[in-house]
Design a protein around this ligand. Structure first.
Ligand SMILES: *Cc1c(COP(=O)(O)O)cnc(C)c1O
Length: 421
């Protein structure tokens, strides 16, 4: 009400409701492009190539914007590779780091995508195929920096990448299969602390010492953004400058001028999207209980609060002019699924605890806008749970016009693959 939304206005909400319905994800083109430019300005000593980690939000219209801005792609599966190609990316700008190296990787590898092998098994698999020889290796350098165990993707509790102590074995496998390691890749999780980035960059450079053929270091993503006022955002310049120094030191010591790759997802997307929903019911459990606002959305669009206790800004908006009748009170915001975990206001880091949020007293029909939902929301939801259709996606173009980039799923599409024997 008095608090302002990041990029939407009340008039936008009205238009979104009328044109596209709710719930709808609304992406902002100007923010997407500005973020892409910030990423491409990451400090570097001997060249930078920035990739978009498309699992954050893989819709073609978003990919096309980043392609225009000059970003490449970090794909997490062969399906993402295909999606990126269909959205216009050349295979040479795509790299694949996947937990499941599906057999189809061979077609894409022949077509020129870059593959970072992420386990000893993957080295065997790639080596036995043997048609192309230049590869990257993803290591788990033994340290991580996630906000919690679920977003931590480095260290002994993480399965991602070749464990640091298996370096010798990786090396000898590559020799056995005659593979040339041209890239070392690490991706250790969300963080904004320059010291952590420095440590990981130096661990990664140490790995590169063991592979004289390495020309590129890929430091992954994980640049944390501040969705809530008490969170600390990443300053790319602050994080990147010491890393840049390390590359220079490495060069003066070894004569090797390594190129840098980074591949953010969250940083590019998080603030560039808001989820527009409406309050469709209000219930209460009495004076010792809670007042619940039930949205026409929930874990079917945004799962992060239920998974990690993630915090997102929530704006409750009634019709302009009504604000003065709506004193802020503590309320619990829940989704529309028959699932007690479908909770949008959990305690920070504790998805199971109700943590009422102080919001204007909500009533049925109010708009509820959830911000910071560009990354890992639309792409990582409990799609079709309770048979609710997948939400629409809308792009707010640079000139302010709204255009649909993904239609709301139809009922027929929900059941189209079912077969009655
Ligand atoms: C998910 C992922 C990223 C992006 O991570 P963010 O935290 O969204 O920046 C980058 N690289 C790899 C290999 C990933 O799996």
């Amino acid at each position: 009400m008095s608090d302002t939304m990041r990029f939407l206005s009340y008039e936008d909400l009205d238009e979104i409701q009328m044109e596209f319905g709710t719930p709808s994800f609304v992406y902002d083109e100007a923010i997407l492009r500005a973020n892409a430019r910030a990423v491409m300005n990451f400090p570097n000593a001997y060249g930078l190539f920035a990739r978009y980690a498309m699992k954050a939000a893989p819709t073609a219209a978003i990919l096309r914007i980043f392609n225009e801005e000059g970003l490449g792609i970090d794909a997490s599966s062969v399906y993402e590779v295909e999606r990126a190609v269909r959205a216009g990316f050349g295979t040479e700008s795509i790299s694949l780091s996947t937990q499941e190296l599906a057999d189809d990787f061979t077609y894409w590898a022949q077509d020129g995508i870059k593959i970072n092998l992420c386990s000893l098994h993957q080295i065997h698999k790639f080596g036995k195929w043997g048609k192309t020889k230049r590869i990257g290796l993803r290591f788990n350098p033994g340290k991580g920096s996630g906000g919690n165990n679920r977003t931590n993707v480095g260290g002994p509790a993480s399965s991602f990448g070749i464990w640091k102590d298996d370096l010798k074995e990786a090396l000898s496998l590559c020799q056995e299969y005659n593979l040339t390691v041209e890239r070392i890749h690490t991706h250790i999780g969300s963080g904004s602390d320059p010291e952590v980035w420095k440590t990981v960059a130096s661990m990664t450079l140490d790995l590169a010492r063991a592979f004289p053929s390495v020309e590129t270091i890929n430091l992954g993503g994980g640049y944390k953004v501040a969705r809530m006022p008490d969170e600390k955002p990443t300053d790319l310049q602050e994080v990147g400058s010491p890393v840049c120094e390390l590359f220079k030191n490495f060069a003066s010591e070894t004569g090797r001028k390594l190129k840098l790759e980074i591949e953010p997802g969250t940083f590019l997307l998080a603030h560039a999207c808001s989820l527009v929903t409406r309050v469709q019911d209000v219930t209460s459990t009495g004076p010792d209980g809670y007042r619940f606002l039930k949205l026409d959305s929930g874990m079917t669009e945004i799962l992060r609060p239920s998974l990690y206790g993630a915090q997102h800004p929530i704006h409750l908006l009634c019709e302009p002019g009504q604000e003065k009748f709506r004193e802020p009170i503590d309320q619990v915001v829940v989704g529309h699924c028959c699932e007690s975990g479908d909770l949008l206001t959990p305690a920070p880091g504790d998805p199971e605890a109700l943590f009422p949020r102080n919001l204007p007293r909500g009533e049925i029909g109010d708009f509820c806008v959830i911000e910071g939902v560009g990354a890992y929301c639309s792409s990582m939801s409990a799609k079709n749970y309770n048979s609710f259709p997948e939400a629409a996606e809308v792009l707010r173009k640079e000139d302010g016009r709204l255009g649909q980039i993904r239609k709301r799923q139809t009922f027929e599409q929900i059941i189209e693959n079912e077969v009655v024997p």
